[in-house]
Write a protein that binds this ligand. Structure first.
Ligand SMILES: CCCCCCc1ccc(Oc2ccc(Oc3cccc(O)n3)cc2)c(O)c1
Length: 257
């Protein structure tokens, strides 16, 4: 598998620290021989990413700033990628945001501002990024985003992010339809709960890990490496017949009532 992604340029958005899903994905892609481009929003994330890459002896093709809530920022980032790398074959969208105070209590109390912010950062961002990525995916390619079961079913406290992820998963299907004619595939990985910096923003996160370990068919939780390998699969030619799909990497938990 160490040459599955040889010669492939892949953009990874959303490495915040060593616990990030995007960092697990990075390690899987690197092991498969991919050339990596990273985007980051916060300076802190850039510092963490730089340290992680040095420690893992991964030399990136490029590291660029990109705020996925800002169209100009996305356009500038992909212009720089086009100028310095040329074409890309894969894109990992692993970014989302909602106000912490909208991630507990009752969904009925969600503010209009909080709802739009979650949609903007977590769902529309894929549409804007896919539009720019398409322009430099001239050999075709694969786009993978990250979702969670709360998009499909009510998960207490996930609230406004659940509705944003529902929009994200529907966007995966509509983007798959639009981009298929350019041989660009669009899919999502829906992972079980994993302890990341973002997970700290969702009330009740700690309680749910225990439930998964008890009830999931595999009787355990999943980790970043399993999300990394499933995302690598969806980015690689091994999934060339798959698009518009949501692949659950959750120890089977989603099949349980
Ligand atoms: C009770 C639900 C437990 C399972 C939640 C699994 C999960 C964990 C993290 C997820 O990603 C985010 C990303 C941003 C986000 O918004 C945040 C995160 C930290 C602080 C803050 O102000 N907002 C919340 C969750 C996500 O979409 C899903």
């Amino acid at each position: 598998m160490n040459n599955l992604m040889s010669g492939k340029n892949v953009v990874v958005m959303g490495v915040a620290n060593e616990r990030s899903l995007a960092w697990g994905i990075t390690k899987s892609l690197h092991a498969a021989g991919a050339n990596l481009i990273f985007t980051y929003r916060k300076e802190r994330s850039f510092q963490k990413l730089s340290a992680l890459l040095f420690e893992a002896e991964i030399t990136p093709l490029l590291v660029v700033s990109c705020d996925v809530s800002d169209d100009a920022s996305i356009e500038n980032a992909f212009l720089e990628i086009k100028q310095k790398v040329g074409k890309i074959h894969g894109l990992v969208h692993s970014v989302a945001f909602a106000e912490k105070d909208e991630l507990h209590g009752e969904y009925v109390d969600t503010s209009r501002e909080g709802y739009l912010l979650a949609q903007n950062a977590s769902a529309y961002s894929l549409v804007a990024v896919a539009r720019e990525a398409k322009k430099i995916m001239t050999d075709g390619g694969s786009i993978v985003t990250q979702s969670y079961l709360g998009a499909e079913r009510v998960v207490k406290n996930y609230n406004v992010m659940g509705v944003a992820k529902a929009a994200l998963e529907a966007s995966v299907r509509y983007l798959a339809e639009d981009l298929g004619k350019y041989n660009i595939r669009v899919n999502a990985v829906s992972s079980g709960p994993i302890r990341t910096l973002s997970a700290k923003g969702v009330s009740g996160f700690n309680d749910i890990l225990g439930t998964i370990a008890e009830k999931a068919p595999l009787r355990r939780n999943v980790d970043q490496s399993e999300v990394g390998d499933a995302t690598l699969f969806l980015l690689s030619s091994l999934s060339r017949g798959i698009t518009g799909e949501v692949l659950h990497v959750d120890a089977g938990y989603h099949i349980m009532g």
